[in-house]
Every structure is written in C-alpha cells, then in structure tokens.
Design a protein around this ligand. Sequence first.
Ligand code: PLP
Length: 391
Amino acid sequence: MWPIYSDMSKKDLKFNSKTIHGEQHPDKAYGAVMPPIYQTSTYAQTTPGGHQGFEYSRSGNPTRTALENALASIESGEYGLAFASGLSAIDAVIKLLNPGDEVVSTNDLYGGSYRLFKQVFEKYGITFHFIGMQSVETVASYINENTKLLWVETPTNPMMNVIDIKAMSDLAKKHDLLLAVDNTFATPYLQRPLELGADIVMHSATKYLGGHSDVVVGALVVRDKDLADKLYFIQNASGAVCGPMDSFLTLRGIKTLHVRMERHCQNGEAVAEYLKNHPKIEKVYWPGFETHPNHDIAKSQMSDFGGMISFVTKGSNYEEAIKIVERLQVFTLAESLGGVESLAGHPASMTHASIPKEEREKSGVVDALIRLSVGIEDADDLIADLEQAIG
Ligand SMILES: *Cc1c(COP(=O)(O)O)cnc(C)c1O
C-alpha cells in the first residue's frame, strides 16, 4: 500500500516556498511544525490490517513519508521515495530492468554509479554503454531494441559537462525508453528534470539536499503512478529505506536549500572567475563560463550554474595535485560535496579511483584534476585559501 499523502496541496507555490511548505503540513497528533522522528519499527493494529496507514517501517514510516512528499514537491513530481543512500536509489532504478536489457549512460558519471553498473549489474546480464551524451546523434546510435533506459547525469561529475535533458527526453520518448536524471549536482533549485520530460529524477540527498554533511540519503521522484508503484515495490522488497532520523535531517536541510544554493552559486562564480584569471591555472571546468562548450544548454535548462568546479594547474601531475589539496586550510580535503563547508577532492585517487585510469582519462579525469565543492563561507576566505595553496 502506498503511504498516506498530504491532504494539503501546495503545488502552486513558488520554488522558494515549496522547500518550506510544499506538501508539508503540521503533524496530525499535536500540530508539530516539524514531523516527529517516528523512531519505531511497527504500528499497533486494532484488528489484522486495522492500522492508520503504516504497518512496518520498511514499508512506510511517517517521518520518511514527510520527506518523500517534500521531495516530490520540490522536484515538481507526484511521488517521492527516500532511500538509505543515493546508490541504493540508483540500484532500485536498475532493478526495473531484466537480463538482456541495455542502458546508455554518460562516460564521466559518478564513480560509484559506474561501479554499481559495471561490477554489480553487468553480472546479471544488463549491458551499459558509457558514452559522451552531449551529442544526441551519438546517443541515438547506441539505441537498439534491447535499450530500456537512458541514465543522465548533468552537470557531470567531475568534468561539468552539460547534457540537454529536453533532447534526451525527446529521444527517450521516440524509442519508448525511460529517462532517469541524476540531479545531485544541480538540485531542483537550479534544474527540474521532470519539467523537461524526464521520467525519474534521482538524488544523492547526502549532498545539497541534506546540505550539512550529516546524512547519507538517496531519493527518487517520478510523476507516473505505475512507475512509482514499481519503484515502491522494489524499495520495500529490497529494503534500502531511509531511516526516520535521516529523513528528519534531510527534510530540515531541504527547508534552507534555496538560500544555501543562492550562496553556493555566488561563491562558485567568484571562485571560478578567480581561478580562470590565475596565471598558474591551465583549465577550469564550470558551466557558467561563456566559453564552456555546453554553456547555452546550461543557460536554458538551469537557473544558475552552481558551486561545483574542477581545475588543473599548469604542468601539474598526480603528486602536484595532491600537494595542492593538502595545503588547503579553509577547504577540507574530503569525499562528498554539497555541504555548507567547502570541500576539495582529488578525483583520480578519491571519488573516481574505482574507474580504470584509461577509462577515466578518456573523459578528462586526469591525475592533475582537482574538484571543488564551493561552500557558503565568505568568498574572500575561500579565494585566499586557494591563493596560498596554488602558490
Ligand atoms: C554521491 C553521489 C552519488 C551516490 O550517492 P550516495 O548518497 O553517496 O550513495 C550518486 N551520484 C552523484 C552525482 C553523487 O555525487
């Protein structure tokens, strides 16, 4: 059974109000403005089946439902599903497929997604094609009668390529495929794939949605009831659900998503411009630059350009890149992204170490590449920190 949905429809709100009110309502018991953390595994029944919508917390939990409704609202969807991690959300999508099915995906997607596809699901007879999805013709050339799903990540991680969601949606509809978009980097503040025709939007809510580096959570949002039911069946059958405490924290994070994102974008621009003008910098990857190869698409499908930036310093290599990230003091050297604090990472040895060097370098993830998740501190401090680290 699908968990109870809010009776208060707030679909007409603007985005910056939806983060706080969209499909969110005071708790029925005492009017608590934030949903209580229903730390319970089970629910009393008056007679077998006589319950108030919840019977076991893998199948449904009121705090998780509150988060799932809020997720559906901010992504302009109908149904939200919250998982134990971003990867378990992706796992549920791939479990819609059968042996023999094929998936077309980006060649510089998140390393963990690549590992899940290659090392877990290929064993079950599902084939994945990792290609540059900037060209619709290229994507079309990989579609055959076994293709069932396009898996898109945009902007891509860590190369900040931008893929045209509307064009992918047209292609998916033409060939009767599902289109799933990993919207972790952009967040619904910047881009709402369901409005552009995607069938499934996925998040690592661990990143910007949670926003405070204190949870590992995943999310799916869809509009279609049949698809929602299939995914809900998998979520319940496989069991990688988001717990009540993590649901609460993620919901709290969502309430400030718009104000955090505004600052992430401002600081991102300041840092990107600083790096671009730095004499020791070879290349900066950020979709906000007019010279970015997909800037026009970014401009049309995103409302701003975000705080994720990758760069390479001149004549750099593996050792030099490591020295730079070690010297940073305001930026924390760490995996992950999207929190209030600025983080720096070295994809070749960290997030993307699970992708073979040859595959990695084909898509530009060279040993010298450094990735920044620009936080919401004072931009002057971030720039001063980069200045001392780059030298
Ligand atoms: C982190 C991340 C994931 C995986 O999410 P987890 O919450 O770590 O399981 C998937 N996609 C992208 C783009 C990510 O950054």
